[in-house]
Design a protein around this ligand. Structure first.
Ligand code: ZN
Ligand code: ZN
Length: 139
């Protein structure tokens, strides 16, 4: 592949990018498929998986989580931090400024030449916390 080889924008790739970019969310391939089918009803899950992989290789999207069995994708490739619900697996952005110093500390601690970092906070989302409280009240 040539360095300047620009990605061929097939209708399904275009639709997938549009779906991923329409809001700040981190859908699974199945969720992407549901949305893409509104525009392209004939598209199947295998096509979505294949194109997500191509778009990721091109650096247009990235994987933010591989929780349990499901990968979640993000159209925002600039560095930002995430929180994942340990109950339902949803991933949201955390609006924090970048912690550049953490790379210096990691360099000292690991001996690696650190060039990047990702941060994933874990917790319980509002919906799951409410559901758990409601469940407790029933008993
Ligand atoms: Zn949750
Ligand atoms: Zn994100």
């Amino acid at each position: 592949m040539q360095a300047c080889d620009s990605l061929r924008m097939t209708p399904s790739r275009r639709a997938i990018l549009a779906v991923l970019g329409q809001k700040r969310w981190h859908p699974t391939a199945e969720e992407v498929l549901q949305e893409v089918r509104r525009a392209l009803p004939g598209v199947g899950l295998a096509t979505v998986y294949r194109n997500l992989e191509v778009l990721r290789e091109q650096g247009l999207i990235r994987i933010v989580a591989e929780g349990r069995d499901k990968r979640r994708y993000d159209a925002v490739v600039e560095r930002h931090y995430h929180v994942r619900c340990v109950q339902c697996g949803r991933v949201e952005d955390v609006d924090l400024s970048e912690r550049e110093w953490i790379e210096d500390e990691a360099t000292r601690a690991s001996g690696f030449e650190i060039t990047n970092h990702e941060l994933m906070f874990l917790g319980t989302c509002g919906d799951c916390a409410r559901a758990r409280r409601a469940e407790k009240e029933e008993h």
